[in-house]
Design a protein around this ligand. Structure first.
Ligand SMILES: [Zn+2]
Length: 681
């Protein structure tokens, strides 16, 4: 998941010097962070992390804390320094200077305060002028952005009426298609509007009050009543939305509609006006991902009073631009989205928000500066060698699968051979020549950057698919599989200590970064990956028997995760997290194999009092150490395809080698009989 640019304002303090010395002071396991009183077979997460969990505190400006967040802090501080240097020294008109100007302008709180409501005025005037449903459709179309992603980053939420994703056509992998998704909700998911629990009811009350305060800050009269109507509209939108689980079902989503079908099958919206304003007047075909929701939303656009739609547009204009507005907007935005929804007590300092905003607007340009300074060619080469070892281990696993039909195995090998693995940064960078960054215009810069990204995506339509394209920035602590592209992105920033560290025994890198790489590779071969062939075409390449075996293994894993209960009233959703859990099991197993292959029969040294097998599993479990605030965890249980980190660490119980490494015996809490250990690959 991407690091969100939360909104708002503390003192415009400069970032501290990057804590580079602190980060590199210790290499290897954090032995002091373990809890040796816990038996590994009872609770491996606590055995590996118990002392750390007991003592670590989530920083006040964060909702979660662990190695990834620590790396994000370090990387943000480094980027802030690079960006400030660019602002001071890059030649005018250069890309680096744009980066510097974007950041500096965002940082200038005094100037933003002085502008007050002025940046909102043109947008609000346009909304005032909406006089009929055609003008409404035009205004709604003008908000369409490239802000969702079904398969890669699985970003399914947009507060705009619809979201657009330009990606490989699942029926014809050589070309791009525009995917149209449901949207319009200011809260993260329909569940926030419909779930009857008291907690969700409280959030709804908080949200309605938040809408009123935002309208009021922008000078709108009678804000409480109008906020009630805006909320009621979103509640109706939520009722026609389909669930997250259904949205993740590729077979339900891949609906090709000719342009004329929009008006016929989703009547109510003036589609011609909407598409023209969205820059899609010439587009002949769309992939309508949630047909019933798109139809329901279009019907609401005709039925709900125009005045309510105009208030909805006003609220979302203010809400989505809060980060570049005066302090009162920033603080109100944080009070709801940060404090109430995620439980984060304190807004991030402005410099961190400025780095996030710059990453969002000019991600590759920042990434270029980052990799030049912090991702040496030797580390890129070392990571590429590790990827090759993982791929070889995966190929060997395919050869030895006893349950898979020979013809499916051949196809799996072909798919593995065409997998395009990107390490560190993309082969081609985004060219920002067309993006105008004006010093002193933080609001306009953000709007232009969103529009630039949207138009960059629209420009792909009609062209051949570029399989080398990246969907993550190199400076992001994350990794991703692009199922339809049959490609992987491993950003440079995740390939650094503690996950990937040249100063420690390689086995620990295999347990941490190696398991992540294995996880992403295996996505090409999981229940989702099985749907896409080597070219990325949506065509199930498994036999019925193969798929049945796979689903049986999946059912075991669903049951395993359904049994984890983070709260007495909520359990993990084993179905919603299945693909990710399969990828964790397969990734860990293949990383273990890959590491054994590198030994070529030699024995591996012990370190820090543990043998090499133990080091492998402990470094895996320590890579999943995490603390998370209760509201944030509750939010993720609803909206996240991944299980909470603690349970991802317990993936080890599916590997025979873990039982041997720690002498785990029947009767211990994590013990699974051999037949209960899930083996997918
Ligand atoms: Zn994954």
């Amino acid at each position: 998941m991407a690091l969100a640019a939360a909104g708002a304002a503390l003192a415009a303090a400069e970032p501290p010097a990057p804590p580079a010395a602190a980060a590199s002071a210790s290499h290897g396991l954090d032995v002091a962070g373990m809890d040796r009183r816990v038996a590994p077979g009872d609770d491996f997460f606590r055995y590996a992390n118990g002392a750390w969990v007991a003592s670590a505190e989530i920083p006040a400006d964060r909702s979660t804390w662990g190695p990834d967040e620590q790396l994000a802090e370090l990387t943000d501080a480094r980027n802030a320094e690079l960006i400030r240097h660019a602002a001071a020294s890059a030649p005018a008109g250069s890309e680096a200077r744009k980066v510097g100007d974007y950041y500096t302008t965002f940082m200038d709180e005094a100037a933003i305060e002085k502008l007050g409501l002025a940046p909102l005025a043109p947008g609000l005037r346009q909304i005032d002028a909406i006089g009929d449903r055609t003008a409404l459709a035009r205004a709604l179309g003008a908000t369409l952005r490239a802000d969702v992603d079904v398969l890669n980053n699985t970003q399914l939420h947009t507060a705009n009426l619809f979201g657009l994703w330009v990606a490989q056509d699942l029926d014809d992998p050589s070309r791009y298609a525009p995917f149209l998704l449901q949207g319009g909700l200011g809260m993260p998911d329909r569940d926030y509007y419909l779930n009857p629990s008291q907690r969700m009811a409280d959030i709804r009350a908080g949200y309605q009050a938040h809408i009123a305060r935002m309208l009021s800050l922008a000078g709108e009269a009678d804000a409480a009543r109008r906020a009630g109507a805006v909320f009621a509209l979103e509640h109706e939108l939520a009722q026609v939305h389909v669930s997250r689980t259904q949205s993740e079902d590729v077979l339900k989503g891949n609906n090709h509609w000719a342009r004329e079908e929009l008006a016929r099958r989703a009547p109510g919206l003036d589609w011609a006006a909407f598409l023209a304003a969205a820059g899609l007047a010439g587009q002949r075909e769309f992939v309508v991902w949630q047909p019933s929701a798109i139809a329901g939303i279009a019907a609401l656009s005709a039925r709900v009073p125009l005045a309510t739609w105009k208030d909805w547009l006003r609220f979302h204009l203010i809400e989505s631009n809060a980060a570049c507005l005066p302090r009162a907007f920033v603080e109100e935005h944080f009070a709801f989205h940060g404090r109430l929804l995620a439980g984060t007590p304190q807004l991030q300092p402005r410099w961190k928000r400025a780095v996030s905003a710059t990453n969002e607007a000019l991600g590759h340009a920042v990434g270029k500066l980052y990799v030049a300074r912090y991702f040496p060619p030797a580390e890129k080469a070392r990571a590429e060698r590790m990827v090759q070892n993982l791929l070889a281990a995966f190929a060997a696993r395919i050869d030895h699968l006893d349950w898979m039909a020979p013809q499916t195995r051949l196809k799996a090998k072909a798919k593995l051979a065409t997998l395009k693995v990107g390490v560190g940064y993309p082969d081609h960078w985004i060219d920002y020549a067309g993006l105008e960054v004006l010093p002193g215009d933080a609001f306009g810069n953000a709007q232009r950057a969103e529009l630039f990204e949207y138009q960059r995506n629209l420009a792909k339509l009609g062209h051949r698919v570029d399989r080398g394209e990246w969907v993550m920035n190199p400076q992001l602590i994350n990794a991703v599989n692009l199922p339809a592209m049959n490609a992987l992105n491993f950003p440079a920033a995740i390939l650094q200590p503690p996950d990937f560290d040249p100063a420690r025994a390689p086995v620990m890198d295999y347990g941490a970064a190696g398991a992540t790489i294995g996880h992403e590779i295996s996505h090409s071969f999981d229940d989702q990956g099985a749907l896409f062939d080597a070219s990325g075409r949506l065509r199930n390449w498994w036999t019925k028997e193969d798929f049945a075996h796979f689903q049986a293994a999946g059912a075991q894993l669903v049951a395993q995760f359904d049994a984890y209960r983070p709260f007495p009233d909520v359990s993990v959703n084993g179905r919603q997290t299945l693909s990710e859990n399969i990828a964790d099991v397969a990734g860990l197993a293949v990383a273990h194999d890959a590491w054994r292959l590198t030994l070529a029969g030699r024995s591996a040294p012990s370190a820090q009092g543990f043998n090499a097998e133990q080091l492998f599993f402990l470094s895996y479990a320590q890579s999943w150490r995490r603390k998370i605030r209760e509201p944030a965890l509750r939010q993720r249980l609803v909206t996240d395809g991944h299980a909470p980190a603690e349970y991802r660490a317990e993936t080890v119980r599916n590997l025979d080698a873990w039982y041997d490494a720690f002498g785990v015996k029947p009767g211990q809490k994590l013990y699974l009989p051999p037949a209960g250990r899930v083996r997918v690959w």
